[in-house]
Design a protein around this ligand. Sequence first.
Ligand code: AMP
Length: 389
Amino acid sequence: MLNIALFGPPGAGKGTLSEYLLQHYNLFYISTGDLLRRELAKNSRLGQLARDIIASGGLVSDEIIVQIIENTITEHPDADGFLFDGFPRTYIQSYILDGLMIKMNSALHCLVNMEVPAEVSVQRLLLRGQTSGRSDDNEIVIRNRLREYSDKTLPVLGYYRDRGIVRDINGNQPIESVREEVVAIIEAELSKRLFNIVLFGYPGSGRGSQGRRLAEEFGLEYVSTGDMLEQEIASASTLGTKIRNLYESGGLVTDDIVVPLIEKKLAQSTTAKGFIFKGFPRTLVQSYILDGLLRKYGSSVNLILDIEVPVLELVHRLDARSKTERCMPYDSSTAKIVKRLQEHEQKTVPVIEKYQQQHGVSKIDGRGSFDEVFAKLAEQVRTARKRMR
Ligand code: AMP
C-alpha cells in the first residue's frame, strides 16, 4: 500500500496533479473538498452544516471531516493506496489521518508539499473562477482561504516534517516539471516497498523450480522453508535430526522450528526488493504468522499464485522423481507421496481458500512445459507489479 497526501495552498495545482497521478497509479482518490461538494449537492445534513463555512472560505469542523472521510476509507480496504487531496488540513486532522491509517494497518508514506507564492494562487483561482462555477473562487473568499491555510493548515507540515515524510516541490513551474518531480518522488517511495509473492501448488506441481526462476527474473529473494530445513538436515545438527525424523514420517515440521528460520532469512536479506515464499504458509496459523512477519517490514502479501496440476499427473511426476538422484526423503515411497498430497489437501487448501476470499488467488494451469508455465506465472507477476505502480 502506498499512501500519499498532496499538500499546498488553494490553487497550488493539487487537483490537476491528482488527475494525472490517478491515471498512472492505482490509488484511491480522496478529496475532502469534492466529498463536501457532493454533500452540498445532495443537500444532506452534513452538506447543510458545511455550506456557509465553505462559502465564506473557512474550514469545516474536524467532526464533519471525520464523518465524511472514515466511510470513504473503510469502504475501500483493497485499494493499493490512497491519494489525499485537501486533507489533512489542520494539526488535529493529522492525528485523525494517522488513526485512520492505523485502522487500515498502514501509514501515510509521503506528503508532497507544493510550494506556490500567495499571489500566484490568487491569480490561478481567479482564472479558475471564470469556469469552475465554485462559489468560493472569488477574490474575497480566496484571500480568506489563503489566510486559513497559513493559520490552520501550515502547522500540518511541522507534524509530518518531524516524521521525515515531507517532500517539498516547486509548484510554480510548468505542469510537466511539477509532474516529473512528483513522479520521481513516488517511484522512489515505491522502490522502497517490498513486493511479496506466495507460491502455492501441490508437491510435484513445479513450484520449487518455478519459484527459483521467478525470484531470479524479478530480483526477489526466494524463501523456501523446505530448502532451509534441508540445509539444517545436511548440517547434521540436533535440529536437523529432529526434522529428518518428522520428514520421514511424512508429518509437518512444527512452527517453532520454521518461524525462526524465516525470521533469520528476512532479517539477512537487507537489499531484497521482495520475497517469494514457497512451502509457507502451509496452515491457517502460518498464514497469520506470515502477515505478522511482513508487518514488521511495513509490508504485506502482494500476489498469491497457485499452480494447478491434476492429482494423477502429480503422483506420476513425484514417482518419476523418486527414481532419480533428485529423490527427497519424503517421496521415497508411494505411501509417503500420498500422505504429503493428503496433508496439502487437508491443511493447505483451506489456506488457499482463505487467501482467495481475502485477496484473490491467481490460478495457473501447471500442465505443459516448464517455459510455458513460467510464462504464465511471470505474466501474473508483471501485472501485479504494475498494479502497485
Ligand atoms: P478544496 O476543494 O480542497 O479547495 O476545499 C473547498 C472547501 O472545502 C475549503 O475551503 C473548506 O471550506 C472545505 N474543506 C475541504 N477540505 C477540508 C478539510 N480537510 N478540513 C476542513 N475543511 C475542508
